[in-house]
Design a protein around this ligand. Sequence first.
Ligand SMILES: CC(C)(COP(=O)(O)OP(=O)(O)OC[C@H]1O[C@@H](n2cnc3c(N)ncnc32)[C@H](O)[C@@H]1OP(=O)(O)O)[C@@H](O)C(=O)NCCC(=O)NCCS
Length: 200
Amino acid sequence: MLEVATVVGSAILPHVSALARLRRIVFRDWPYLYDGDDAYEAEYLATYARCPQAALAIAWNGAEAVGMSSCLPLLDETDNVVAPFRAAGLDPARWFYFGESVLLREHRGAGVGVAFFEQREAHARSLGGYEHAAFCAVQRPDDYPMRPADAVPLDGFWRRRGFAPRPGLLCTMRWRDLGQGGETDHSMQFWTKHLVGDAA
Ligand SMILES: CC(C)(COP(=O)(O)OP(=O)(O)OC[C@H]1O[C@@H](n2cnc3c(N)ncnc32)[C@H](O)[C@@H]1OP(=O)(O)O)[C@@H](O)C(=O)NCCC(=O)NCCS
């Protein structure tokens, strides 16, 4: 039986290397196809540990971390993530950013992903002042050669968590896809939710 628990700010630090490995494993798969390395991942996660309002929801199988999900105030994210909100006339100070969710395949479909959303939303609400949550998802063309025939998009799962894609709100992230020589730009669509009501 898995347990999901939230850790906040500097309490994230002891878990960084185990979680870096998880991110690298899960993001190699469709649709991220991310050719990452543990050292970069550990440094990325350490930025969460340096942010007092950041939180991770971690899924535990006994003493082993098998999944995690991240969140932090949007203003603590990098410029490429914050800028589209300002450009759209949205006040980034009112937004909480949900970074990503990763869970080893053998533990999927048992409610952990739902718990990840519930715990991150509870954390954002507990801080006060954050009216909206947002995350972004990579966009790949329908005919992308590496798309598995049985790929199931997460769109329905996200809609059932109360999120909807916000037309025109996009950012760009760079990473190296598997099989590519170097980093390339990836277009990311923001999905949003109003935390104090039902409207997206
Ligand atoms: C995203 C991800 C974490 C979802 O995790 P998951 O644990 O499989 O999701 P869940 O089991 O919570 O939810 C899947 C469905 O099972 C249902 N479910 C099954 N058992 C459940 C239980 N005991 N309690 C609650 N929900 C349950 C959920 O309600 C949901 O169905 P719904 O959308 O119709 O409500 C996982 O698919 C993943 O790691 N994907 C790869 C990485 C990725 O793409 N991440 C997203 C972008 S960063």
